[in-house]
Design a protein around this ligand. Structure first.
Ligand code: KG4
Ligand code: ZN
Length: 344
């Protein structure tokens, strides 16, 4: 199969990658991967400003494309297809990647494929050497989503649980803001938690006391505000609260993962999305896996957060199965994972 170009622009990262997908040689075939993060652009506002995000994707997408081609040592004419994130995400940001990809596909007379951003995240471990084999359970935890998914086959997804309010990453980011940490908060909060003591505060593990696989994280935020307001507001206290918040989220996710594996009878767990970069989450799930005899798969850290490689991968798999997108430039800011077409 000829190399596939992948373009990601659903939020605040422009990612471009080129992948020659070889299912029989996992972990190989990634010819280029370049990324530009807009973090600094949005830092002054304490969150992503959609209009600024779109304009910055417009500025960055072609230079990144040129850089990716140079990294791969390829010309445009060497490409075999173009994959782009078509949703879910910020509509203006998505349109930049979609319009670029569609225009290129049209001019080069190549097939193009619209990729679901969360399918990209959940397939990202297939970019590694020892990939999971469906069926498996996937915990998708990013800034916009917290989902437990039963991957019956590639393209056949059953959402077992979803968030009722904040996504896990959003909870990290909002809690970090409450504690006065600089944007982007999630990573800063996780770093601060390393200095915190575990036994000073204890927050609840939301929705673990009843059956089901849905999540709710917004109540934790309130517990954090109360604790912080009543405290001496010292640096140590800030770290202690961060530690206990992180433990509450990680424990909750781990409890739900074990439940999902039990319900489905699966023995492989994929964790993906930005929050899967969290060290404590990875360590706790690895320990659970050892104890309860399931295997845990996660992408390398750079592919936990948004990137073009996962979009190239999901697109390459769908293109190889003969799927194509029409010429209309269309994006889907809200898009159900379950509505995707199966490959077989
Ligand atoms: O997947 P992603 O890059 O973008 C979305 O699709 O949303 O995820 C970004 C989210 C942010 O909320 C960020 O705070 C969170 O992932 N995140 C983390 C860590 N690294 C990124 N949360 C906790 N611990 C981390 N180490
Ligand atoms: Zn993402």
């Amino acid at each position: 199969m000829k190399p596939i170009l992948g373009i990601e622009s659903s939020c605040d990262e422009t990612g471009v990658a080129i992948l020659r997908w070889q299912p029989e040689a996992p972990g190989r075939g990634l010819l280029a991967n370049v990324l530009y993060s807009q973090t600094r652009l949005h830092a002054d506002y304490g969150g992503v400003v959609p209009e600024l995000a779109s304009r910055d994707h417009v500025r960055k997408v072609l230079p990144l494309l040129r850089a990716a081609l140079a990294q791969a040592g390829l010309e445009l004419t060497d490409l075999g297809g173009i994959a782009y994130t078509a949703g879910p995400g910020l509509v203006g940001a998505l349109l930049v990647g979609a319009a670029t990809a569609r225009a290129m596909a049209w001019a080069l007379e190549l097939p193009a494929i619209a990729v679901h951003h969360m399918e990209g995240h959940l397939l990202a471990p297939l970019l590694e050497k020892d990939p999971p084999q469906p069926p498996f359970v996937a915990l998708l935890v990013s800034g916009g989503h917290s989902m437990m998914v039963h991957v019956e086959a590639i393209g056949r997804y059953r959402v077992l649980g979803d968030t009722l309010d904040d996504a896990a990453g959003e909870a990290f980011d909002k809690t970090a803001k409450l504690l006065g940490l600089p944007y982007p908060g999630g990573v800063a909060l996780a770093e601060l938690a390393e200095q915190g003591r575990a036994d000073v505060y204890r927050f609840t593990r939301p929705m673990t006391d009843r059956p089901g696989l849905d999540f709710s994280f917004s109540g934790l935020k309130t517990q954090v505000i109360m604790a912080w307001k009543k405290s001496d507001r010292s640096e140590q206290t800030r770290a202690d609260i961060a530690r206990s918040f992180e433990e509450a989220v990680v424990d909750t996710l781990a409890i739900k993962c074990r439940r999902a594996l039990e319900v489905t009878g699966a023995d492989q767990l994929v964790i993906a999305g930005g929050v899967s970069a969290n060290r404590r989450l990875r360590a706790v799930l690895a320990a659970c896996g050892k104890r309860d005899a399931f295997r845990v798969f996660s992408p390398r850290l750079a592919f936990c957060t948004d990137n073009g490689a996962m979009i190239a991968l999901a697109g390459a798999i769908r293109l190889a199965a003969g799927q194509r997108q029409g010429e209309m430039i269309e994006v889907f800011p809200r898009w159900s994972l379950e509505s995707l077409s199966a490959l077989t």
